[in-house]
Every structure is written in structure tokens, then in C-alpha cells.
Design a protein around this ligand. Structure first.
Ligand code: 13P
Ligand code: SF4
Length: 306
């Protein structure tokens, strides 16, 4: 007999075909949401997937800045979110005003904004980045340039440390990745001495220091696939366990702490995705003057990252 999730999946897939919709999901989504998506990836590859699909309707299973990014890059497409309240608290910690104030003080500086920002912040930044390309982009900045990195001070610090470059940092961070502590990691390492520690660069610098690898969600998956190790301690949101386990059925993945849950990412469900396609709601909009400026920062990121 088919489970209720099975029925929801069938209903969703039928609607997706009827609407000719393209579904893009982040690795932090629930397993059943990832399984019905046409594309699952990190925030950078989600942006590229939105640009590349010929479909006119895109449903984004991710938080609001991910859907906004698709709108900024593809204004001709209808971008839908199944949950307009799914947001990123770190992205909401910074405003365009914070950047303009900094610019008044340092008019020649370069503002690099993490993709986890509202469109209005991207619109007053010079270049955007994601965790997969932040180092590459900052490396391309003139060595004498003063750089302001917003809003994640852990990511900014971790990149600056790796590149041996001083960067001005805005003070915000991801409440989910803050939960990863070196104490917990080292305890797990004692229990699983052969395990490699893989973490997201949104983690605290001391956590990144004890890790074997720090990278974007996609880079973590690629590392685990390529590695000869057969067990891994994972310092990023729990949704990543699904693609990790799917791609590596014989390997063991241990979550660094049970608190690695992003409630906003998890607020998206199959039921909400069905409603979204049934009613073609909620359409994500970005005011045109903001979109045009934000697009410059995003297109620059793609240019520098490739
Ligand atoms: P990635 O770009 O690595 O997928 O990260 C997005 C994010 O929100 C991490 O918390
Ligand atoms: Fe934002 Fe953290 Fe959730 Fe990523 S995991 S969306 S940075 S709150």
C-alpha cells in the first residue's frame, strides 16, 4: 500500500508536469523535497540552474534569498516560493543602510556581500559571493583594496585567514552553524578516530581549524565522494545527510551535533509545494530598480567565479 508521502510525491510530480515547472532545491531541504526536485545543489549552483533552465516557471525549495537570486537573474521567469516566510536570520541582520554608512567612511572600499543577503543589500554591494567561490572572488580584488565582507563574520574571517588578508567584517552569523563546537567535534573524533571532519565555512574559526576540510555544501559532498575514508563527522545542516548517504551508501556520516537544523529550510514541505503549484503562489518579486543593481553584483560573481 502506498504511504501518505508516496501519494504527496505522485500528486506533486503530476502538478509539476502540468505546470511545466522546474524545481530547484537546496541540500538542506527535507529528503522527500530533494527527491522530487529537478535540481538539488548549493546556493551557487542553484543560481546557475535557475539561469540555465528553459522552463518559464521555477519553484525554489530554499530560503527567500535563494528565490530572490533566481528572480534577479531571470526576470522573465515566474519564480515561486512554497513558503514566503522561509528566510535566513543572518541575511536579515544587515540592511543597505549599514553598507552605505560604511561607504561614507571608506568611499574607496570594495563591498563583498554573501549571497545570504536581501536584494537591497546586493544592490549596494560591488560583488556577491557564495561559500563555494568567496575565496576565489576575494583573491581577484586588488591587494591594496580595503574589503568589507557582509554579513557573516565567521565566513569572512575564515576566508581572510586562508588568504592571509585583512578584511573588514560585519558582525552576524548563522545560528545553526554556531551550534558546532570544537569540544563536541573532538569528543566525536575520539569515538571515531578514522573519521574525517568536514564543516561549512559558516562555522566558528576554531571549528574550521580542527576540521580536515571546510567548504560549501556541494564541496562537502564532493570531498566525501572522492575521499578514501569511510566515515565522516559532518558540521553543517542535517539535510545534507540525505545526498551524502545517497551518493555513498557504504560510508558512515555522523552529524557533529543534533542541533544542526535550520528551521527555515525545514519549513518547506511537500504539502506547501503542492499548494504552490496548484495556485501558482507565492510569486517572488524584486522591485525593478533594486533588481537591476543587484544583478550587477551577482553577474560579477559569476564572471569572477568561472
Ligand atoms: P551553500 O552555498 O554552501 O549551499 O550554503 C548555503 C547556506 O545557507 C549555508 O548555511
Ligand atoms: Fe541561513 Fe544558517 Fe539557515 Fe543557511 S543554515 S539559511 S545561513 S540560518
Amino acid at each position: 500500500m502506498k504511504s501518505s508521502v508516496g501519494y504527496l510525491i505522485d500528486r506533486f510530480l503530476k502538478l509539476k508536469e502540468e505546470r511545466s515547472a522546474y524545481v530547484i532545491a537546496h541540500y538542506y531541504q527535507r529528503p522527500e523535497v530533494q527527491d522530487v526536485a529537478d535540481f538539488v545543489g548549493d546556493s551557487y549552483s542553484m543560481a546557475l540552474a535557475a539561469r540555465e533552465t528553459p522552463c518559464e516557471t521555477i519553484l525554489v525549495a530554499g530560503v527567500d534569498f535563494m528565490a530572490e537570486t533566481a528572480v534577479i537573474l531571470c526576470p522573465e521567469k515566474t519564480v515561486l516560493t512554497p513558503e514566503p516566510d522561509a528566510t535566513c536570520p543572518m541575511a536579515n541582520d544587515i540592511t543597505a543602510r549599514d553598507i552605505l554608512k560604511y561607504r561614507e567612511r571608506y568611499p574607496d572600499s570594495i563591498v563583498v556581500c554573501y549571497v545570504n543577503t536581501p536584494a537591497e543589500v546586493k544592490a549596494v554591494s560591488d560583488v556577491c559571493c557564495t561559500s563555494s567561490n568567496a575565496a576565489k572572488i576575494i583573491e581577484k580584488m586588488p591587494p591594496e583594496a580595503r574589503i568589507f565582507f557582509v554579513p557573516d563574520h565567521h565566513l569572512g574571517h575564515n576566508i581572510g585567514h586562508r588568504l592571509n588578508r585583512s578584511i573588514d567584517l560585519y558582525r552576524s552569523c548563522c545560528p545553526t552553524h554556531e551550534e558546532v563546537r570544537t569540544g563536541g567535534l573532538l569528543e566525536l573524533k575520539q569515538r571515531y578516530p578514522a573519521a574525517k571532519i568536514l564543516v561549512h565555512p559558516e562555522c566558528r574559526p576554531e571549528v574550521v581549524d580542527v576540521a580536515d576540510f571546510a567548504g560549501s555544501t556541494r564541496a562537502i559532498i564532493e570531498y566525501a565522494e572522492a575521499s578514501e575514508a569511510d566515515s565522516f563527522i559532518i558540521g553543517t545542516e542535517c539535510g545534507i545527510l540525505h545526498p551524502l548517504q545517497k551518493a555513498n551508501p557504504r560510508k558512515e556520516f555522523i552529524l557533529a551535533t543534533k542541533d544542526l537544523i535550520c528551521p527555515n529550510m525545514k519549513s518547506i514541505t511537500l504539502e506547501k509545494m503542492i499548494y504552490s503549484l496548484e495556485h501558482m503562489e507565492t510569486r517572488v518579486m524584486v522591485e525593478e530598480s533594486v533588481r537591476l543593481k543587484a544583478r550587477i553584483a551577482l553577474e560579477r560573481m559569476i564572471e569572477y567565479a568561472t
